[in-house]
Design a protein around this ligand. Sequence first.
Ligand SMILES: [Zn+2]
Length: 355
Amino acid sequence: MAGTARYYDGETAEVQAVSVRSITAELVIFRLADAHILARWPAVELAVLGDLTHEAVPPVVRRGSEARLLIDDPEQRRQLAAWMPALSPLAAPPPAAGRRIAALGATLVALVGLFWIAVDYGSEYAAPFLPYGLQAKLGESVYDELAADKDECHGRRGLAALNSLANRLAGAADYRHEITVHVIEGGPLNAFTLPGGIVVFYSDLIDQARDGSQVAGVLAHEIGHAVHYHPTKGLVRQYGLALIASLVSGGYSDLLNTLTSGGNVQLALRNGRAFERDADATGVALLEKLGLRADGMASFFEQMREKEPKDAAAAAGIWSSHPPTAERIAATRRPPTGQPAFTAAEWQALRNVCK
Ligand SMILES: [Zn+2]
C-alpha cells in the first residue's frame, strides 16, 4: 500500500513529500520526487505521539530517532493502523465526551511511563520521548521570560569565544544539538542550563573568575548538565504530569507562568547531588578529552566557597542546592596542565562582553 505523507528528518526544518509503504515488519519511507528510500522503520520500533483527540495528524516516530512522519490521508492511516498494532492510535475513533478524559489520562500515564523507562535506560533514550524541538521551545520560552527585565550582554567576540568552546565540549560528548550561551549583566554569581542546550552565565561570574580556565570549568560543568538532559529531566521530575500534559497538548503557557513567577524556575532547575556529580565528572572529562586545562572547576569552587550563596534564588545553577563541598572540590581537582581553553584575546573579549 502507498500514499502520500510528510517527513521531517529530525535534523533540519525541511519537510519532504514522501510515500509510505508497509511491508512485512517495516515501514518504508520513499521520497516522492525520486523514490529514494529515506528511512526504513522496523514495526517494533514504531510509535504514535499524541492522539486523534488532540491532533488532526498525530506524528509517527521511530523510537530513538527524532524524525517525524505525518500521514495526512485518513484512509491510509486507517489501513496502517489495522496492519501495524503500534500504529493503532492513528485510527482510534474520536472518543465519546465521557470517555475523552479517561483516554487522555491513559495517554499521559503511558507517556510518563515511557519517560521513566527512558531515564532508566539513559539520557540518549530520553530525548525522543520529549522531542528535542519541544525541549528547545520550552528552554527558549523560559529564557525569554527570565531575560525580559534583564540586560543581556552582546559583546560579539566574547560570546563567540564562549559559544565556540561550549559547542566543542558538547561535540566531544557526541551531543547532536547546538548549544547557545547567553550572558546576563550583573548577578547573582551563577550560571545555569535550561532545556534545549541553553546555557546562561551572569557576568558577575565572569568578572570574579581569576582566569579563563575557571570560566571554562564552569562552562564545562554546565555542558555536562546539557549533554545529560538534566534540565529537562529535572523539570519533568518536578512537574511530572503537568509538564507532559502541557507539552503533549502543545500549550505550555500555564507551566511557563508557574515556572517563571517568584523564582520558581531557580527552584525547579535545582539539580540533585547525583546530577551535580555527573556534571562535574563529565565537564572535567570533556576538557581533558579536548586537551584543555581542567583545573578551573575545582579552583573556582574553592575560590567561591566563602561566598556561597545563602538565598534560595541563588542556590540553583552551578551551586545547585549544595555549596561546593570539600568532596566536590577534591573530585574535580586536576593539575594546571593542558592548553588554555581561551586565547588571551578571547579572554579579554569575554571580560568585556557586557561593555
Ligand atoms: Zn550544576
